[in-house]
Ligand binder design. Structure first.
Ligand SMILES: [Fe+2]
Length: 356
């Protein structure tokens, strides 16, 4: 494949190396409705008052999802765990960074508030006190053709929301793709695992993992996609097995929520997935069985297409990637065509042919 545009690369000396995706922050006009969806999805409420809602999985992270009450629904940003106060002090020197400040969110700790080049808020956090992990259902024992493990026994799942174990990844669309990718690799040590490129070789999606050295990391913790404006694409939450993904679909359907895509198995990352829309149309993914890479694994480059999104399962519906055109998004499109080096009419045409 001919590559005419530079691909995202790992930075030789990043400012810090993030060790986890700690949380996501959303603004929502209706906290009760947000909580209803997220509880049906399998997240558990940590605390809620009239202004803020915190939710968690069963892992020891004190929370992984924050909803702030606001007039307008929007995705605000993400929190990344860093190692120590030295990391925080380094990050606090970046342009427009806050000072190191104590966090009054569950688990406490200290944080620095940053803004990425696309305008998303990024908190660097360290020193959170972990919560006690909650018990979760063990993966179902599977009678495979070569190894029967369940004799005179049955499979019976509870008909209830699947237990979310933890927040796995977030996917964002950007106008300033290259600059934003470079910011995450430079300041948080993200390592591109795989890049999907357009027919002209320019990157369309970068799947990036944490650099945990020889400790295996999720294939992607942050994925960035070329778009025409900064937008939330989806976030993904790990459940214990494929039956939990399936039961999640059953429960969310019974509760009347809107399905987006699934069940299938991805190619890049390999997860078994199912996507659901929250009350504001934002996609939330249940997944299990994702790939784990150490930092040694080299970058993969692949052609992007609708077919390259899954190995099996229903074809990705066009509604899944169709941009929601609002007066605001059209204005952003026009603005970014003029000012962003990554947004061109040619590229938008290619993206539209592939996805719209
Ligand atoms: Fe995903």
């Amino acid at each position: 494949m001919k590559l005419t545009t530079p691909q995202p690369v790992r930075h030789p000396r990043p400012t810090t190396k993030a060790s986890a995706l700690a949380y996501l922050i959303f603004d929502r006009p209706d906290l009760a409705r947000a909580e209803q969806f997220l509880n049906d999805f399998g997240l558990r409420t940590v605390s809620r008052d009239s202004e803020q809602l915190f939710l968690r999985g069963t892992s020891a992270a004190p929370f992984c999802y924050v909803v702030r009450r606001a007039a307008k629904a929007r995705f605000v940003g993400l929190g990344l765990r860093v190692n120590d106060m030295i990391d925080l002090r380094m990050l606090s020197r970046l342009p427009d960074a806050s000072d190191v400040e104590p966090s009054n969110w569950p688990g406490g700790g200290h944080r620095v508030r940053l803004t990425d080049p696309s305008g998303f808020r990024v908190d660097a956090i360290c020193g959170q006190i972990p919560a006690a992990a909650l018990p979760h259902r063990a993966p179902l024992p599977f009678n495979s053709v070569d190894a029967a493990v369940r004799i005179n026994g049955t499979q019976r799942l509870p008909a209830e929301p699947p237990e979310v174990i933890r927040l796995g990844h977030v996917v964002l669309e950007l106008a300033d793709f290259q600059k934003t990718c470079a910011w995450y690799t430079e300041h948080f040590g993200f390592v591109p695992s795989d890049v999907q490129v357009l027919p002209d070789g320019s990157p369309a999606v970068a799947f990036m993992r944490l650099d945990l050295g020889s400790t295996p990391a999720d294939h992607h913790t942050l994925a960035l996609a070329q778009g025409f404006a900064p937008l939330y694409s989806h976030s993904a939450y790990e459940v214990v097995d494929a039956d939990a993904v399936g039961m999640g679909q059953r429960v969310l359907r019974d509760k009347g929520w809107t399905h987006a895509w699934g069940i299938g198995r991805h190619i890049l990352g390999s997860q078994v997935f199912d996507y659901w829309q929250d009350p504001w149309g934002d996609k939330h993914e249940h997944y299990c069985d994702g790939d784990l890479f150490t930092s040694a694994e080299p970058l993969g480059v692949h052609a992007v297409s609708r077919e390259a999104m899954s190995q099996w399962g229903p074809a990705m519906p066009r509604s899944f990637t169709k941009p929601r055109f609002t007066p605001g998004s059209v204005a952003a499109l026009v603005r970014n065509l003029r000012r962003s080096p990554d947004v061109t009419v040619e590229k938008l045409k290619m993206l539209a042919r592939l996805f719209a």
